[in-house]
Design a protein around this ligand. Structure first.
Ligand code: FES
Length: 84
C-alpha cells in the first residue's frame, strides 16, 4: 500500500450498493494477486460510486475496463485476461 507506481490496478466501487455485494469478489481478487505473486505490481484500490449501482458490484481494471455484476467466477476470468 502507498506505493505509487504499481503497473496494474484493480478498482472496487466503494459505494453503498456495491459494498453490499463485493466482499467475496474483493477477497477473490486479493487472493488471485497473492497467489500469482503480483503484490508488488498490482494494487487493489477503492473508487467512488460510479453511478452504475444497478450493475453492482462494479469493478474496473486499469481505470477503463469496467464490469458490472461481477461474481467470483468473473473475477478469475478478468484476472486471467487483464492481469496475469
Ligand atoms: S455503489 Fe457502486 S456504482 Fe454506485
Amino acid at each position: 500500500m502507498g506505493k505509487k507506481n504499481k503497473e496494474k490496478v484493480i478498482l472496487f466501487c466503494d459505494g453503498k450498493k456495491c459494498c453490499k455485494y463485493n466482499a467475496e469478489v474483493k477477497e477473490c481478487f486479493k487472493d488471485l494477486v497473492k497467489e500469482a505473486g503480483l503484490k508488488d505490481t498490482v494494487s487493489v484500490q477503492k473508487m467512488k460510486c460510479q453511478g452504475l449501482c444497478k450493475q453492482a458490484p462494479i469493478i474496473c481494471i486499469h481505470k477503463n475496463e469496467c464490469v458490472g455484476k461481477v461474481s467470483a467466477k468473473d473475477a478469475k476470468r478478468l484476472f486471467e485476461k487483464h492481469i496475469a
